[in-house]
Structure formats: C-alpha cells, structure tokens
Design a binder for this molecule. Structure first.
Ligand SMILES: NC(=O)c1ccc[n+]([C@@H]2O[C@H](COP(=O)([O-])OP(=O)(O)OC[C@H]3O[C@@H](n4cnc5c(N)ncnc54)[C@H](O)[C@@H]3O)[C@@H](O)[C@H]2O)c1
Length: 402
C-alpha cells in the first residue's frame, strides 16, 4: 500500500485523509497537537468527516495523525492542505505554505509526488512551493509537483470528493500522470488542464464569480429597498427566465475561508502584473459594507438608536449547519452594534463558544438579527425571541428582511 502524508488536518486535509484512507496508508500531519490527539482518539472535528470512518481507518492501520514531522519520511505522496489566509493588511499570506514546505523539505524521502490543494494565486506551485521545498532540503531533490485545488464544501450532502470534478495539472507529464492515478482511486471525474497556473487560476475565478455575484445582489437589495419593492420577489421573478440568469440571494456579507479571501489573491496577482482588478476589489468592498447596512436598517427601524437596547444575533457561523466562524459576517455586525451602544449577545448552538463568549438562550431580547439560519433553528422560536426580528436570510415569515 502506498503511503500518503497530508500536511494540515483541517477541513480540506482531514476530508482528503478520510477518502484516501480506504486505499492508502495516510499520515495526517498537523502542528496543532490538540487536533492530533483528538484525531488519534477517533474523534473528527470537521463536519462531513464521520468519526466512525476515522476509527475504522485507525483500526485498519490506514490512518494516523501526528505532529512529528519525521513521521512523514516514508510517504510516497504528500498533499499540502494548510491555510492560505490574508495578512492584516489583506494581502496573500503564504507563511503556512512556507512552513509546510519546510516540513516537507526537511523530512521527506526523495523523490516523492507533492500535490498542493491549498488555494493560492497562479504561479504558487512553480515559483514558490517547488523552490521552497528545494531550499529546505539538505541534498538535491527530484520531487514531482502538481496542483489539484480543493473544491470541498463542508456540510454539503450532494457533492463530495467522489462526485465533484477535480482539476489537476503537474509541472511535468509524469507528475500529471501520477496525480491522476492518486485521485482516480476516490474521485470519479478528473479534469486535466494544460498547466498548474490554469488550475490555480480556475479555483480563484470560481470563488471570485461567487463573490462578485453576491456583491451584485447585495447592492441590488439596497436598490430594491430604496424603490420600495421586495428584492426576493424580484429575484424570483427574474429567475423564471430559463437561461442566462443565475439566482444569488442577499446576505449580511460573505464568510468562510474561500469567498472573502480567494478573490483578493486574484486581485493581488493581477495588480502585480499590471492588470486591473477594480471589479473584484469593489465587489469585496460591497460585501464588507453589508454589515453596516444591516445595522443601519435595524437602527432606523428602532427609533434611530440602539443605545442600551438588548440585541440577540442569531447564527454566528458563516453558513448554515456548520460551526465554522472564519470571516463570518456576524463579527462586523456585532462590532457595529456594540459601537452604537447595543447590549449584544449571540445564539448559535453549533458554535457554542466564540471569542470568549458563549451562546445565549434564544429568547428575551428587544431586537433579534438573524445572520445564519441552521436547520435546527425553529422559525417560530426566532420570531418569539424578540419584539423586533430582522432576518438577513429572508427565510423567516413575518420578520423584517433585506
Ligand atoms: N474549508 C474549505 O471549505 C476549503 C475549500 C476549498 C479550498 N480550501 C483551501 O484549502 C486550504 C486549507 O483550508 P482548510 O479549510 O482545510 O483550513 P483549516 O484551518 O481547516 O485547516 C488547516 C490545518 O492546517 C494546520 N496547519 C497549519 N499550518 C501547518 C503546517 N505548517 N503544518 C501542518 N499543519 C499545519 C492547522 O493546524 C489546521 O488544522 C486553504 O488554502 C483553503 O483556502 C478550503
């Protein structure tokens, strides 16, 4: 059986480990020792990765988590699945990629196939990952390099590793062939593109497409409000057109590790090459400004002041049915509310604890603002939780909407 090391055991890395465990001996390397201990005790921390599957692979000897870098030595394939966030000044931050390259360069046997699944700008595999691994390797290495951007949508039931088409490309034909052989075990539809840069750019463009369309509908929600018409009814009307229209719905902003982040990677590389990214930058701004717009609307509906009023923010995860709070729109909404003197608590049983605060009961506030609506939340309970309910999801009958 081939050995596979997966660097990073988060949403992407653990998901791939769980699928690969059926065919390979997987070493899940993560530098967070608490996550490693939890995984080795057979408990998954990721929605969509069943603890029972994890326990099965552990008992078969085909999965082990570790924070010992030397444990990856014997791997034949290394998958990089570490975060690619933004710096504080919203620029691409490749420090996690760099430290993953160091782990690989210093510890892996030679040669292996290195596949990057982390999202980054075109040129990252060729100009950053390969040179970094070579820099950290003591002797000359002849690794093969490929990219296969991850498209997993955690918490989603209909599409997974098996039935989501997977893009890939190697730096060499041999790398491409070996990458195909690796993923073919657990992915039905593999799409080879002509260069790693095309695969990297396609991943960024997919999420930029979503960000721009979400920004457009968020702007349109404000236009519809100013015209005194329902944005939802208008969108449903437009959506009766059987071609040339795709429905996006307004929200308090975009969250998660992908949509608020990836377009900025594309804009950064575009600007570095002297190409315009004005549309992408503006879309990002429109989405970021939605939290203020929501609080402005709530304030206007409540005698123009939130001072001293109790406000319950419902759903602080960035999307329904997950506990992930990365880049959640709930954060700026709460900041705006508190800066205007509101007494803010939040309710989200899936998240439980966040920023040293715990989930509050779903009742007893003057104002409730729904940011994310998990399936487990009863609409009637939301309506009973406060005298005034503003629902940014547009799903709760009787609530004020965007
Ligand atoms: N979450 C998604 O839905 C999703 C979807 C597609 C692509 N991606 C991309 O996949 C990549 C990983 O995202 P994620 O959501 O899995 O992140 P995550 O934060 O859930 O997990 C990353 C894991 O990597 C570990 N880590 C960080 N640096 C490390 C290092 N040097 N060595 C070993 N472990 C390290 C962290 O402890 C963490 O457990 C990112 O580039 C992201 O943009 C994410």
């Amino acid at each position: 059986m081939k050995k596979v090391a997966v660097i990073g055991q988060g949403y992407v890395g653990l998901t791939i480990s769980a699928f690969a465990g059926e065919f390979f001996e997987v070493i899940g390397f993560d530098n967070n020792s608490a996550i490693v201990a939890q995984l080795n005790s057979g408990i998954s921390h990721i929605e969509g990765v069943d603890s029972a599957i994890l326990r099965k692979w552990i008992s078969f000897g085909s999965y082990k988590a570790t924070n010992q870098a030397s444990d990856i030595f014997a791997a034949d394939v290394v998958v990089i699945a570490v975060p690619t966030p933004l710096t504080l000044d919203r620029k691409p931050d490749l420090t996690f990629i760099d430290s993953a390259c160091r782990t690989i360069g210093e510890n892996i046997k030679n040669p292996v196939l290195v596949i990057n699944e982390s999202t980054s700008f075109p040129g990252t595999l060729r100009n950053y990952i390969k040179p970094a691994i070579e820099k950290y390797s003591e002797s000359e290495v002849e690794h093969l390099y490929a990219i296969s951007p991850e498209r997993v949508d955690p918490g989603r039931g209909d599409f997974n590793q098996k039935n989501t088409p997977r893009l890939y490309s190697g730096l060499t034909p041999v790398a491409s062939r070996q990458t195909r052989e690796f993923y073919a075990k657990f992915c039905d539809n593999l799409v080879e593109v002509s260069s790693p840069e095309v695969a990297e750019a396609a991943k960024l463009f997919e999420n930029t497409f979503r960000q721009v369309n979400i920004a457009l509908v968020n702007e349109f929600a404000q236009i519809a409000q100013s015209l005194g018409i329902s944005v939802y009814e208008t969108l449903d009307a437009a959506n009766t057109k059987p071609y040339g229209f795709m429905k996006f719905t307004p929200s308090a902003g975009v969250g998660g590790h992908c949509i608020p982040v990836d377009p900025t990677y594309l804009a950064a590389v575009a600007e570095e090459h002297g190409a315009p990214a004005t549309f992408i930058r503006r879309a990002n701004d429109v989405n970021l400004e939605m939290s203020k717009y929501v609080v402005d609307r709530v304030e206007a509906d409540n005698q123009g002041s939130l001072q001293g009023k109790s406000v319950l923010v419902i759903g602080v995860a960035y999307k329904p049915n997950v506990a992930d709070v990365r880049e959640t729109a709930a954060a700026p909404v709460i900041e705006h509310l508190r800066s205007r003197g509101a007494l803010v608590s939040w309710h989200d049983d899936l998240v439980g604890e966040w920023r040293s605060e715990t989930s509050a009961p779903l009742h007893g506030a003057e104002i409730a603002i729904v940011i994310t609506l998990h399936d487990s939340i009863k609409h009637s309970s939301v309506m009973a939780s406060a005298q005034y309910v503003f629902d940014t999801t547009g799903k709760i009958e009787g609530a004020v909407t965007l």
